[in-house]
Each structure stands twice: as structure tokens, then as C-alpha cells.
Design a protein around this ligand. Structure first.
Ligand SMILES: [Zn+2]
Length: 346
């Protein structure tokens, strides 16, 4: 399926993003998978976001979307599969490896806490991946709201990440997210106990509203191996807070594509957030604008817009912006790939 990009999107790009975005953009948080990654018989629900993309989101589709939305940028990415119980983790690691070249495209294995350290190593080595991504939905025998970071990342797996200097992208669990005291303790413990692992806290710790971030980055900011990715955060004040209170050379731009290629915007409401949706797909706390009261653009553009305004407010230099959009991620993942898989020959 091709993109639904149109003139209104072009105007957003021309008027608000062109001239702000650097020549190269590294998206550190992308979900890529084809049909082979899904367990046989998988059917996505009618309102699943993947229905928009034909039930898969391949690298070819991603590059087509990126070319539409970012017509002048060289696009690099770090990808992982579709983190859900209907994903075949081995097949997904193989797909991720097949689409990664460790130059422009990097990839992580999805891991369940039940996977042995040996199987994690095998996935990473045989597919030349740069780390892994656990997910709370892979933890069994606990209510979703009770899952802890320790449940998601067993010590044996973290020892592998530490020994090899791997990157781990972590979507933190629990309703209070960064404000959860157990999360705070486990996040800092993870960074300190495994100082050679690079821990990327996805979605700025899932802080989509201001109260969810203020005062809550200090613990991990003090850990040199802690990183943030900005995936799905379009909130200017949250982004500004991160730019002012977290080392800028450890913030990675990420989008959460393909979710970011839907039309919508995340909005703060009364110390919560909702996804206002211009299309009838269901993600998290979605509110669909069925009456078409407003014209939406892509979450991807809303994120870039939010970053632009936050960067202006926080006084980011053009060097900071190039680092955020490209150098921080490229440096991190290139280094992990070189340590683990050797330097690629030209
Ligand atoms: Zn994601």
C-alpha cells in the first residue's frame, strides 16, 4: 500500500519543518515486520493501526512513508518488531536482521523474560543486532498494571547487555510511569548495576503530559548510560523540560512509526493525555474525531513541530538539533554494532 500523503502535509513541511530539520534524520524507534514475524493465523482487530498498512509494516513501506514526509532528509533508523503476544520473536529477529545493515539501518531483538540469556545472545549474534527490546506484554502471570521493570528484564539478560555493551530500549510499565517510585528505583538500579549497557527509556519515560515528567528525570540523568527517545511525544513543554533537564547528547529522536504515520495528536487533558485521532484506529486512550471537526496531520509532523517549538524555547543550537536528530543515535548504535559485529567494510 502506498502512502496517503497529500498537499496539506506538504504545506506543513514547507512552512514549518523545512529549514529546521537537518539533512540527516535518524529515527531510533520504528516497528518493522512482515507476515513471517506473526504467528500463523494472526488477524489484527478491525481498529488495529496495522490495518492502515495492510497488516504489516515492512522496511519498504517505512522508506516510502519517510520519503513522502521527509522529502529532503537522508533517513536512518533503528527498528524492532511488533511487540505483542502474536509475534514470533525468532522470526522477528531474523526479519530485523535481514533489513539492517548496521550503517543506515540498525535493529534490536524483541525479548521475553522467559528467553534464556543464550537465546538472546544467539538472536543478537546471528542477526547482527545492536540490542534488544523487552515489553511488558511478554511478562506472564501478573496483571498488566503490576508488572515491574525487573520482571521485564531478568538479570541474566541484563548481564548479556552489560558484557557486550548492548542497547536496550525500555518502555517503562505501570500506570504512574516516571512518577512510580518503584520504576524510579528500578530505572536507576538498572543503569548502575549494568553500566556498560545503554538503556534507552522510550517515549521520555512515557511522559505525554507535563506533570508526568517534571522533577522525574534527575535519577536517570545522573547515569551516563541512560538515554531518552522522544517517540510519540509531541508535547512542547514535556520536550522543553527534557531538553533543559536531561543531557542533550543522550536524547534520541524517535517516532514510533508506523503509529506516527496515522493522523492525530497527543493532547494533555487534566494531568492525563489522550490521542485525538483523525482516523478511526485504536491506540491507547484514543478519542476519534468522527465528525471531522478539525483537519489533522500526522503524529510524525506533530512530533517534529513539538520538537521545533521546544528547541526554540530551550535555546537549542543547530549543533544540538543535529545531535538530537542524527548524531546521538548514529554514534550510539554504530558503536554498539562495531563492538559486537566488527566494522563494516565499505
Ligand atoms: Zn514503540
Amino acid at each position: 500500500m502506498s502512502t496517503d500523503y497529500c498537499e496539506a502535509g506538504r504545506r506543513v513541511y514547507e512552512q514549518e519543518l523545512r529549514g529546521f530539520l537537518p539533512a540527516r534524520l535518524f529515527d531510533a524507534h520504528v516497528h518493522l515486520f512482515d507476515g513471517s514475524c506473526l504467528t500463523p493465523g494472526t488477524v489484527f482487530p478491525e481498529r488495529s493501526i496495522y490495518r492502515k498498512f495492510g497488516g504489516v509494516f515492512t522496511i519498504e513501506q517505512c522508506l516510502e512513508w519517510a520519503a513522502a514526509l521527509l522529502p529532503e532528509q537522508e533517513f536512518h533508523l533503528n527498528s524492532f518488531g511488533h511487540p505483542a503476544p502474536d509475534c514470533d520473536l525468532e522470526a522477528s529477529a531474523a526479519y530485523t536482521g535481514a533489513v539492517s545493515d548496521n550503517r543506515r539501518f540498525f535493529g534490536m531483538a524483541l525479548v521475553s523474560p522467559e528467553d534464556s540469556a543464550e537465546s538472546v545472545v544467539r538472536r543478537i549474534e546471528s542477526h547482527r543486532l545492536i540490542g534488544y527490546k523487552p515489553y511488558h506484554a511478554f511478562v506472564k502471570g501478573k496483571a498488566a498494571g503490576e508488572v515491574t521493570i525487573r520482571d521485564m528484564l531478568p538479570a541474566a539478560q541484563m548481564e548479556v547487555a552489560d558484557a557486550r555493551g548492548l542497547a536496550v530500549t525500555l518502555h517503562i510499565p505501570r500506570a504512574a510511569r516516571l512518577a512510580d517510585p518503584l520504576n524510579q528505583a528500578h530505572m536507576v538500579e538498572l543503569c548502575r548495576r549494568y553500566p556498560n549497557a545503554r538503556i534507552v527509556f522510550a517515549h521520555i519515560g512515557r511522559a505525554y503530559y507535563l506533570n508526568g515528567v517534571v522533577g522525574l528525570l534527575d535519577g536517570i540523568a545522573a547515569c551516563p548510560n541512560a538515554f531518552l527517545d522522544t517517540a510519540m511525544v509531541n508535547h512542547e513543554a514535556v520536550l522543553e523540560y527534557a531538553f533543559r533537564n536531561f543531557p542533550r547528547d543522550r536524547i534520541l529522536f524517535g517516532s514510533d512509526a508506523p503509529v506516527a504515520f496515522l493522523r492525530g495528536k497527543s493532547v494533555e487533558v487534566n494531568n492525563q493525555y489522550a490521542y485525538l485521532m483523525g482516523e478511526p484506529y485504536e491506540i491507547g486512550t484514543a478519542i476519534y474525531d468522527a465528525a471531522h471537526a478539525v483537519a489533522f496531520t500526522y503524529f510524525y509532523y506533530e512530533q517534529l513541530r513539538g520538537i521545533r517549538r521546544a528547541a526554540e524555547r530551550a535555546g537549542l543550537s543547530s549543533g544540538d538539533i543535529a545531535n538530537l536528530f542524527f548524531n546521538n543515535a548514529s554514534r550510539l548504535f554504530t558503536d554498539v554494532a562495531a563492538r559486537n559485529h566488527g566494522r563494516r567494510k565499505d
